[in-house]
Ligand binder design. Structure first.
Ligand SMILES: NC(=O)c1ccc[n+]([C@@H]2O[C@H](COP(=O)([O-])OP(=O)(O)OC[C@H]3O[C@@H](n4cnc5c(N)ncnc54)[C@H](O)[C@@H]3O)[C@@H](O)[C@H]2O)c1
Length: 249
């Protein structure tokens, strides 16, 4: 198979880049020659992730520890990346977090934390990207089926992911005159530690057939397509990657 390098010379920033879906996305962009910037709250596993990106074909790969909810840190980090790389082409907002509680037990601090990671993180990075992106640049936001339908115990997460789809539309319409695109992927159940830590699965409140569980690579394939020039006429949309779970009655 001929090697494709659709992201040759492009700088691709992936938040949550050390996690299941984020790392899978990073590896797909790496295989197409991108310069990778991995951003994550933690730094354990950074060296292994960078080695894997380089082995996959990345033109370069760096990792930065940063809380996506911290606007000042995000701004400083983006300034540094622009100084080093000179451009920021693709932004993949993957970092996310969940907490499981009855709605009446979520405190204001819980809401701020969950909206901070799942919604304001993408807002902060999108703002920096909008300031610096050139025509042809693209954002991909990783939302969730919880943006559309949900289960008990995850109200702030579901609200944040629904708002992330709205942010995607706003980014698309405001970016369009400048040739900038924004889309979302809407994953269903994906085989990562985040899925199996869901107490709704342990309690039986939520059940999953084996065919309902996808892999991080399934989400990465969709993100790569939406970020590529092949999707040049696609913006403001969301692509469900759930094995058809939401299509059933
Ligand atoms: N796994 C699923 O079933 C599933 C389904 C739908 C949507 N998603 C979404 O996909 C994304 C990735 O999830 P995953 O399953 O790979 O989970 P994961 O826990 O493996 O990865 C999440 C990553 O985000 C990082 N992160 C968390 N808080 C952060 C912060 N404040 N700042 C920077 N980084 C932070 C974590 O360190 C981790 O590396 C999330 O947005 C999640 O909501 C996952």
């Amino acid at each position: 198979m001929a090697t494709q390098a659709r992201f040759h010379d492009r700088t691709v920033l992936v938040t949550g880049g050390l996690g299941g879906i984020g790392l899978a996305c990073a590896l797909r962009f790496a295989a197409e020659g991108a310069h990778l910037v991995l951003v994550d709250l933690r730094d354990d596993g950074a060296q292994a992730a960078l080695d894997a990106c380089r082995q996959a074909g990345a033109a370069s790969a760096v990792a930065h520890a940063c809380d996506v909810a911290d606007e000042d840190r995000v701004q400083a980090l983006c300034a540094r990346i622009l100084q080093q790389r000179g451009r920021l082409d693709v932004l993949v907002n993957v970092a996310g977090a969940m907490l499981f509680k009855p709605l009446q037990d979520f405190s204001g601090a819980d809401w701020q934390h969950l909206l901070g990671v799942n919604l304001l993180g993408p807002v902060h990075f999108t703002r920096q990207w909008l300031h610096h992106a050139r025509p042809g640049a693209a954002v991909v936001n990783v939302a969730s089926v919880h943006a559309l339908m949900t289960t008990p115990l995850v109200a702030p997460y579901a609200a944040a992911k629904a708002a992330l789809l709205s942010l995607t539309r706003s980014t698309a319409i405001e970016g369009r005159p400048r040739g900038l695109r924004a889309n979302a992927v809407v994953p269903g159940a994906i085989d990562t530690p985040m899925l199996w830590s869901n107490p709704n699965l342990a309690s039986g409140a939520e059940t999953l057939a084996p065919e309902d569980v996808g892999s991080p690579a399934d989400v990465a394939a969709a993100a790569l397509f939406l970020a590529s020039d092949e999707a040049r006429f696609i913006t403001g949309s969301s692509l469900e990657v759930s094995g058809g779970r939401l299509a059933r009655l």
